[in-house]
Design a protein around this ligand. Structure first.
Ligand code: ZN
Length: 139
């Protein structure tokens, strides 16, 4: 692992932290991701970034202090990837802090089945970011 740091947000009204692990070795990232999911490592897994709630807040016992880890690879540190992974975090935090019922049908979508949403946010972020840079309007 090349770097490891934490970031925090209070955007949902609750202070939440996310660990960010940055790898320069993609294979190491994939092994770390598989282990965090409790799965066997598969070299064919197409993972170049990930988010795993590694501790707390798992069905069927919600935990108010989850450990959320985002894994990033130096070969793909793009606005698209970061926004994509941040969307995975955001949906989990939205569910934790803004949806009152733990056993709601929204849990399925907000806690995992939202890849298309993450790709849309990542794709639009990258395109808008690129245009702002070209227009020299980016801060
Ligand atoms: Zn994803």
């Amino acid at each position: 692992m090349l770097a490891r740091f934490r970031v925090a947000t209070t955007a949902t009204g609750v202070r939440r932290q996310v660990w960010v692990f940055v790898f320069d070795d993609l294979d190491e990232l994939r092994r770390s991701h598989a282990a965090a999911h409790g799965r066997d490592y598969d070299p064919d897994d197409d993972v170049a970034g990930s988010v795993v709630i590694q501790q707390g807040f798992r069905w069927p016992s919600p935990d108010p202090g989850p450990v959320i880890v985002m894994r990033l690879w130096t070969g793909q540190l793009t606005a698209s990837t970061i926004a994509h992974e941040a969307t995975h975090v955001a949906t989990a935090l939205y569910f934790m802090d803004s949806i009152a019922a733990w056993d709601t049908r929204a849990r399925t979508v907000l806690m995992g089945a939202h890849e298309p949403l993450a790709y849309v946010v990542g794709d639009l972020t990258e395109r808008i970011n690129d245009r702002l840079h070209r227009l020299r309007l980016h801060s």
